[in-house]
Ligand binder design. Structure first.
Ligand code: PHB
Ligand code: FE
Length: 328
């Protein structure tokens, strides 16, 4: 077991399958040909490696996201914005009742460095955890190469709004963003802008559908506009959202094309609460006391609208802000 001085990553290996083992507090992680195995003082759990790497990829790329990222019904993380809880069974009613759940808090840099190292070491050269399963090869087998470029892909984030001068958004075939096979019918025309004299540098418009038609990742919201705490995060979705999100604030969805079915469950227990079918043009708000996971049979476009205010989790926890966007 070695501890890299700067990052605090505790790792050893390679094991019999060629992969490194990791230790984080009293949690242990190792991978074989088919599974990620996680153990902690009161139990252990195995997750199919495709699902595990897809979830780990999102937790890394989103830097632990808003609130809870459930990898499945047992393992996940809670973001406290500076520290992160790693848990097992924390949001599983049966584990809680049996008092087998376990949770440990880590400084964000430590868990971040461990997760980034694990993601890179456990991903083989032919697997892309960000891609639709139809657009990547399989993750199975003994270690064979790596895919660092894919797993360290940066989430696209606009400084102002995509298309506004100074924002370096690249939306052409020439820069490696061809139109996705599922969006071949999306018109590529850009809007014409007629600015009042003197305002030419301050007004811009772009074709969001054309922009999204070129996304080569799935279930990875980009940030196309930032207005104070309002973040517009559109994304393209195919197959299953690889995490089950338990948000610490209300979040809005606008279905821009095609269809997504959401399974909505109680955030604490996982008890099913609703099934929400969203078709193009539908708008929904996810309350702050649930968990949700989306299913998209055909690649679709979704606008996720997040309120980024750091005050919200505290306001909701203290009852000063509601968990629901509207009371009927
Ligand atoms: C969500 O958890 O709300 C979420 C995450 C990623 C997506 C879409 C929605 O691509
Ligand atoms: Fe969410």
């Amino acid at each position: 077991m070695s501890t890299a001085q700067d990052s605090g990553v505790q790792t050893s290996g390679p094991n019999n399958f060629g992969y490194n083992d990791y230790v984080l507090g009293s949690f242990k992680f190792n991978r074989d040909e088919f599974f990620a195995h996680v153990s902690w003082p009161t139990g252990s759990h195995s997750i199919s490696i495709d699902n595990f790497l897809r979830a780990l990829q999102r937790d890394c790329a989103w830097d632990f996201f808003y609130g809870t990222v459930n990898f499945d019904h047992v393992v996940g993380t809670i973001n406290h914005y500076g520290t992160v809880d790693l848990f097992a069974g924390r949001f599983n009613e049966a584990y809680r009742k049996a008092e087998l759940d376990h949770s440990e808090n880590f400084q964000t840099p430590k868990i971040r460095a461990t997760f980034h190292s694990m993601l890179d070491n456990w991903t083989n050269s032919t697997f892309d955890p960000f891609a639709s399963p139809a657009e990547t090869q399989a993750p199975w087998g003994v270690k064979s190469g790596s895919n660092t470029d894919a797993v360290t892909r940066r989430r696209v984030a606009a400084a102002r709004m995509v298309g506004v001068k100074g924002d370096e958004q690249i939306r052409t075939d020439a820069t490696g963003h061809p139109i996705n096979r599922m969006f071949a019918d999306v018109p590529q025309g850009e809007p014409q802008v007629f600015a009042e004299p003197g305002f030419e540098g301050e007004i811009a418009a772009f074709n969001l559908f054309a922009y999204l038609s070129r996304s080569n990742v799935t279930w990875n919201p980009s940030v196309v506009s930032v207005c104070k705490e309002s973040l517009y995060c559109p994304t393209t979705e195919e197959y299953i959202l690889p995490i089950v999100h338990g948000n610490d604030r209300v979040e809005w969805f606008i279905q821009l094309s095609d269809e997504i079915v959401w399974d909505v469950a109680d955030r604490e227990t996982g008890a099913p609460r609703a099934k929400v079918t969203m078709r193009a043009g539908d708008c929904a708000a996810m309350p702050a006391d649930i968990r949700h996971q989306g299913f998209s049979s055909k690649r679709s476009m979704l606008l996720v609208w997040e309120n980024n205010s750091a005050d919200l989790p505290g306001l909701i926890a203290s009852g000063k802000a509601p968990q629901y966007p509207v009371s009927f």
